[in-house]
Design a protein. Structure first.
Length: 220
């Protein structure tokens, strides 16, 4: 919409990360980059301490960029892919001789249920609605007023992908999966549980948040 050149987005991110580091230091910014240039500008007030930069992405280039210029990575993949992401970051940190601490934030959709099969039947409609709405954003920008349309029927391949991306089951199973993700990759993780599902009735949503806080968190 603003005419940005998507082919330069990687270089633009490199510029932005360098600019932010200087901006938060309180020093005047002198940056002549591939996409962004800033000269003689300082940000006030200066933060009392460093602001951590956590970035995400799906491409290997994003992982290597995080290894070089960020304080951590926000990951939204399963355990096997997560272990691969960690290996890529560690390889790049070794290549650039970086030894600074690095944070890993692992994100998963979570639904606590005494029975995993029944729990998936309860939550799959809402995971489908949420993921579809992301893909509907462009169309919705030009759609006229009226009720929000329903997502297309949930096909088998989409359901399988959503099920693989969602932790569903008893508290012990969810906690074991979180620990296994960290153990397999050999790093400490900060876990982000997506337990809010648009469209889900309030009482069901409230129960989920309480169950996660009271039954899953103590196991971690």
């Amino acid at each position: 919409a603003l005419g940005a050149d998507r082919t330069r987005r990687g270089r633009a991110m490199d510029d932005i990360l360098a600019i932010l580091r200087t901006a938060w230091s309180g020093e005047p910014i002198q940056h002549d980059g591939a996409v962004h240039s800033v000269e003689g500008v300082a940000v006030r007030p200066t933060p009392g301490s460093g602001i951590p930069i956590i970035i995400g992405g799906g491409a290997e280039a994003a992982l290597r960029r995080a290894a070089r210029a960020a304080d951590g990575f926000f990951s939204n993949v399963g355990p096997e892919q997560f272990a691969h992401q960690v290996a890529v970051v560690e390889d790049e940190m070794g290549r650039v001789d970086r030894t600074a601490p690095f944070r890993w934030i692992a994100y998963r959709m979570v639904y606590v249920a005494d029975d995993a099969t029944r729990g998936w039947e309860e939550v799959k409609r809402y995971t489908h609605l949420m993921r579809w709405k992301y893909s509907d954003m462009v169309a919705s920008a030009t759609r006229g007023p009226g009720p929000v349309p329903e997502p297309p029927p949930l096909d088998a391949d989409t359901e399988a992908a959503l099920r693989a991306a969602t932790l569903v089951g008893p508290p012990e199973l969810i906690a074991d999966e979180v620990r296994a993700t960290a153990d397999r990759a050999g790093v400490d993780i900060e876990f982000v549980a997506r337990s809010y599902f648009p469209g889900m009735p309030f009482h069901q949503q409230d129960e989920q948040l309480c169950r996660f806080a009271e039954q899953v968190v103590p196991l971690l």
